[in-house]
Design a protein around this ligand. Structure first.
Ligand code: XMP
Length: 325
């Protein structure tokens, strides 16, 4: 029978045998896969592991700080924090097309990744939180013909964009490759990852940049981050976080008229997108109680400057997608 303890022990043995005294680079994303991976590898090879976190500036409010803090203070794992916020914002300045936005963010990610891995390196191995379904999906596509080993050609957190440059091909360490998501969660929990990471709802690689429709600006990012934080706080407070596949806010780049006190306002609307789903392929809009929606709406309009209207998305997938871009 499969137990987390046996898995952890076996994975540690395997990593040590494979890596020897070589150095390994790991890019943290904030999700459960890369976090569990970081913890396992640190147990296996200690300082031969370098954890890097590239902050694109598109994560939820307080998440980058929180991630670094959990790793450094709770697990005593040093994180190389790379503040690339300005770079990513410049990379998508004036871009309104969703696919072009994704493409540019992906390219920028590869560029920063390359620059930083050269600065911190050299590394022989790249650790990836590849899971069993990912292995199946990419079967045979990235095998080194000489050694028969899997090599990195893409970076998992941005698997939808860009490949690694030819001179930056690492050998892979993928100790989670036989696991399904629920097993990774069990392993993560058993080694002491906080529930907020273990149960984290899916979050897209390009992050909030694809939840601001059209042009992404620093001002819009701040507005969306504040609205999104209120959504998360209330969902948690009402104990429904784990019932929802995803619950988030979207900012529309239009303005409508409202009234506040005795003044007319002209500001952005926020869309609430709450869905239930098994795998993200299909999804139902969530029948969240009106009382909760009312609290969220009141708080957003009262607390977030620049927003004067909140709407609820009642479209399922298909025909809608979960994200708005
Ligand atoms: P859609 O919007 O296609 O989303 O219904 C399905 C699931 O995929 C996530 N998603 C992404 N994840 N990069 C990612 O890493 C992306 O560009 C991306 N777009 C959508 C989405 O959050 C949902 O869970």
């Amino acid at each position: 029978t499969w137990t987390t303890a046996a898995f952890v022990e076996e994975a540690i043995r395997e990593v040590r045998a494979k890596v020897g005294d070589k150095r390994v680079l790991l890019a943290l994303s904030g999700g459960v896969d890369s976090s569990t991976l970081a913890f396992l590898l640190h147990r296996a090879i200690g300082d031969q592991l370098t954890c890097m976190f590239i902050d694109q500036g598109f994560m939820r409010k307080y998440e980058p700080e929180r991630l670094v803090k959990v790793f450094e203070e709770q697990f005593h794992i040093n994180v190389e924090y790379v503040n690339a916020r300005d770079k990513f914002l410049s990379a998508i300045a004036n871009i309104t097309d969703p696919e072009e936005k994704r493409r540019r963010i992906g390219h920028e990610f590869i560029r920063v990744f390359e620059e930083q891995s050269k600065r911190l390196g050299p590394f022989d191995y790249l650790a990836q939180g590849t899971l069993y379904p990912d292995v199946i999906e990419s079967a045979g596509t990235n095998i080194d013909p000489k050694t028969g080993e899997r090599v990195a050609v893409k970076i998992k957190s941005h698997h939808n964009v860009g490949g690694l440059p030819k001179d930056l091909q690492f050998k892979l360490v993928e100790p989670l490759r036989k696991l399904f998501k629920d097993e990774v969660r069990k392993v993560g929990r058993s080694i002491g990852l906080p529930e907020e990471i273990v149960q984290r709802q899916p979050f897209p690689g390009p992050g909030l940049a694809i939840r601001i429709l059209g042009e992404v600006t620093a001002e819009r990012l701040n507005i969306l981050r504040d609205a999104d934080l209120i959504v998360r706080q209330e969902i948690n407070r009402h104990g429904i976080y784990n019932d929802l596949w995803q619950a988030f806010a979207v900012l529309l780049p239009i303005r409508s008229v409202g009234v506040m006190g005795d003044k007319r306002t002209y500001a952005y609307p926020i869309v609430l997108r709450f869905v239930s789903s098994e795998d993200g392929m299909t999804a139902d809009w969530s029948r969240v109680p009106y009382d909760i929606l009312e609290i969220i709406s009141n708080r957003i309009v009262n607390e977030v400057k620049g927003v004067n209207r909140v709407v609820y998305d009642i479209t399922s997938k298909p025909p809608g997608t979960i994200e708005w871009e």
